[in-house]
Design a protein around this ligand. Structure first.
Ligand code: NAD
Length: 484
């Protein structure tokens, strides 16, 4: 039986597969614009059942040792590995990703859960930590306790992978969870329910509810039975969720949008700089929160670099996933396609200098394909320079000094990531220290190992995922002070 057969169209609540009682929603293959399945939306009543199940399961799950929870988590990753090929094919069909990118998502999810399984084992040794201070007659110890049942609200650009960044630390900490996948890409994230079933996770520890944001997402984020909402998505929705969580002072983790800069200095290796600039905005068809869509280049090398990037744009082979030699797929949905082509229209209205691309890919009659696009000498006032496009669109401006590059790099409401390209290590360190960004890359492609941190400054979010910071995001610290 394939992974698709066992999960399609379902919710996973309290260890059972059920069908939502709301509106029927089609799920579309963005390469063909044809439905590949559907689901029935989860109403507030069913969200309530999932939250109740997570609450009922919490006492048992949180009472296990970290090592016992780790054993379950490793069974979850074994279940995913056993269905790897099916999951990759589903990810390709639902997201339009090239096979290598779809595989990186699923394998990255497994690695992340395994990493947090090891952190769960270590957690046992961190209980009852003595606190070092000197007040006669007093002694204190701290312990780490799970927050409680938590909810995840997920985006469509990296299904499974972004969920694993939340699920790994939450399960390791001892929290029970309710997962709401994106309504655009529900299938691989729903497989977490199947993996939980195959791992014989106690009912209610992991629940999945499918539906749109305004119905199912809103019911989850405002539910008083959850202690935290961990959200990844747009800054606009993040603000709505923050308000919904305020009523019962829920914890929130927000991984939001970005408009990340790539700074290329005059001493840079220009082939490397061109490759990093292209990869930074074309991976996953540019639908990355950390896409380096703002290229700041020293004026002395601007023309040479622009020419190299233009060549790389022209070398991109658009195609359906698994087409021979294809390197970039379509955008993931019609709304995203309308948004990105809308920005290309704005560029024409603003009179931007388009070096290559600038429109839909005319060779395709169907599918949400957009040309890799490079605009140069983009004015600071341009909407394309300031707003998150979330597509394969690169905007270039030049600078004349390091100080100007840093000021312009930081001149945005976002602060998720940044890339620096220079052969001068001292300069790289100096500039990295001054950039408002949660993760700074120097002379390398974007990689996000589970041991590092992920999260944004400013309107890119609140909190950090991954690493020890990700685990801390699902733990409460309790100090016990007594007579010595
Ligand atoms: P989105 O905000 O439209 O939707 C994200 C999720 O929120 C979906 O599950 C949706 O159903 C739900 N939602 C929508 N309205 C809601 C509401 N009123 N109440 C509760 N839930 C609601 O974002 P998207 O288009 O799916 O994802 C793209 C955005 O995500 C981009 O801005 C991107 O930068 C950001 N993102 C950030 C990171 C990060 O790590 N910082 C990672 C990936 C994506």
């Amino acid at each position: 039986m394939s992974a698709r057969d066992v999960i399609i169209e379902k919710n996973y609540i309290n260890g059972e597969w059920t069908v939502g009682n709301g509106e029927k929603i089609a799920v579309i293959n963005p390469s063909t614009e044809q439905p590949i399945g559907h689901f029935h939306e989860t109403s507030a009543d069913d969200v309530d059942r999932a939250v109740s199940a997570a609450n009922a399961a919490f006492a048992g799950w949180s009472a296990l040792t970290g090592a016992q929870r780790a054993t379950y988590m490793r069974k979850i990753t074994a279940a995913i590995r056993a269905h790897l090929d099916d999951l990759i094919v589903m990810q390709m069909a639902n997201c339009g990703k090239p096979r290598a990118e779809a595989e990186a998502d699923i394998v990255g999810s497994v690695d992340c859960i395994d990493y947090f399984a090891t952190r769960a084992e270590e957690l046992d040794a961190r209980q009852q930590m003595p606190v070092d201070y000197d007040i006669p007659g007093y002694r204190s110890t701290t312990r780490m306790e799970p927050m409680g049942p938590v909810g995840f609200i997920l985006p469509w650009n990296f299904p499974m992978k972004i969920c694993s960044w939340k699920l790994g630390p939450a399960l390791a900490a001892g929290c029970t969870v309710v997962i709401k996948p994106s309504e655009i890409t529900p299938f691989t994230d729903t497989f977490w329910g199947k993996a939980a079933e195959l791992a014989a996770l106690p009912p209610g520890v992991l629940n999945v509810v499918n539906g749109r944001g305004a119905i199912t997402g809103a019911a989850l984020s405002s539910h008083p039975g959850l202690r935290k909402i961990s959200f990844t998505g747009s800054t606009r929705t993040g603000k709505t969720i923050m308000k919904a969580a305020a009523d019962d002072v829920k914890n929130i983790g927000l991984e939001l949008g970005g408009k990340s800069p790539i700074l290329v200095f005059e001493d840079a290796d220009l082939d490397l700089a061109a490759r990093l600039a292209a990869e930074g905005v074309f991976y996953n068809s540019g639908q990355c929160c950390n896409a380096t869509g703002r290229l700041l280049v020293h004026e002395s090398i601007k023309e040479t670099l622009a020419t190299k990037i233009e060549e790389l744009c022209k070398a991109v082979v658009l195609g359906v996933p698994d087409a021979p030699n294809m390197t970039m797929g379509p955008l993931a949905s019609k709304p995203q396609y309308d948004k990105v082509t809308g920005y290309q229209d704005i560029a024409r209205q603003e009179g931007l200098n388009c070096r290559t691309g600038g429109g839909r890919a005319a060779q395709f009659n169907t599918g949400y394909f957009v040309e890799p696009t490079l605009y140069t000498d983009v004015p600071k006032s341009s909407r394309l320079w300031n707003e998150e496009i979330f597509g394969p669109v690169l905007c270039l401006r030049s600078f004349s000094s390091e100080a100007e590059a840093i000021t312009e790099g930081n001149d945005t409401e976002y602060g998720l990531a940044a890339t620096i390209v220079t052969e001068d290590e001292t300069r790289a360190e100096r500039v990295a220290a001054q950039l408002d960004a949660g993760h700074v890359y120097t002379n390398v492609s974007v990689a996000i190992p589970p041991e590092t941190s992920w999260g944004g400054f400013k309107q890119s979010g609140i909190g950090r995922e991954l690493g020890p910071w990700g685990l801390a995001g699902f733990l409460e610290v309790k100090t016990v002070t007594s007579r010595s």
